[in-house]
Design a protein around this ligand. Sequence first.
Ligand SMILES: [Zn+2]
Length: 446
Amino acid sequence: MVVTKIEPQVLARRKRVAAYCRVSTDKDAQLESLENQMEAFRYRLAFHRDWELVNIYTDEGITGTQVKNRTAFLRMISDCENGLIDYIITKSISRFARNTLDCINYVRHLQSIGVNVYFEKEGIDTGESASEMILTIMASFAQEESRSISENIKWGKRKRFEEGKEAKVPIYGYYHTKDEGYIVNKEEAEIVSEIFLRYAHGETRRSITDDLNARCIKPAVSDRWNHWQIDKMLKNERYIGDAVLQKSYTENHLTHKIIRNSGELPKFYVKDAHEAIINRHLFEQVQKILSMKNVKKGNISYPYGEMLRCPYCGSILVHGSLNDFTCGNMRIRNGGWGCYGKGGCRNYLVIQDYLDNAVIKAYAKEYGQKMKSVEFYWLDDSVERINAGESSVSIVWRNGEKTEEKMEFPKEKFSPVPYSRFYNFYLERVKSGDRKNKNIFLLGME
Ligand SMILES: [Zn+2]
């Protein structure tokens, strides 16, 4: 049996061409005005004498991502469906479509009814064989440009919803789709960066939480932030683009209970799994601060961590809150640092505020910048070690230089004392039942 292909009869007739323009009312309108777009069409039309311009369809809109602002576009599609148009010329993919899916869908639909599209900027003619692949690539870039934030949210939510089981607790700062994984949500990512920076700069979780709520910024789930959410965010490796797989697992097919994986099953750490919001350096500093402020792990050691050394024995100084103590009429707000850690000589205790002032002054001398307070993020970047002293501190900078700075005390009795003296006094106080006396001279006691 021989099969012969019958070619369709081609009728010689003029190509009916439509042009599609979209102008924005925002600032890129000035860059790519309607006139500018029209120019491209006239130029191309002039080269094809067999072309006949059917219509120019023009949409106006702020973002162009809303369907209601694309009435001319939809009318053009319907004219194509009614066989009035053979060919569409448009300025660029981003002018034509809202996102990859949108673009590919319309192009395929138009191809199926014999209409091809020419994208002037990209030089793509969907009638040419290689166009499909190029278009897929180009459209994915165009998508980023043209997708508005609000459209993004709707799209992300719909995608999550469609995927059912993928709709776990969403991660603030990202959209998650089955196809593309985690995609940065620019608006939320700014808030994520803000939270990390503020925390690294010494603000507390509670204060950040209150501020976000006061500004009516909503978290991924629920209407208000709480400091546990902030805590979880600050520890989430997703923000540096990494992923820990199998953090939790389903118990069995009967219970479907989700269980936290505490080592029953292997975990996998995937580096650079998706786009990061927070850089690794900032993230690491935040982890350090979190552990320094972790009361469960012992004393709070913020902001100096293990940088301070005892002048007598060289041990690492330990922070004490010195709660309930005042010096004369002065409250000790930030506690003190003493040599009472493991193996410490117990001969040194200095009030943090005086130490802070000296360190800030030394930093200003070394780097020409007066910091408001001592925070771990800049200590960590610039300081190698701090040797405490009787009346001064000696700072060894990471750049190898050294600065000696005098500490200023309001009165002689505020200068460093042996920790043991403070401790013995404390013990006596406890024994006498005088726990709550807030006006005891802590320093310079005999
Ligand atoms: Zn010591």
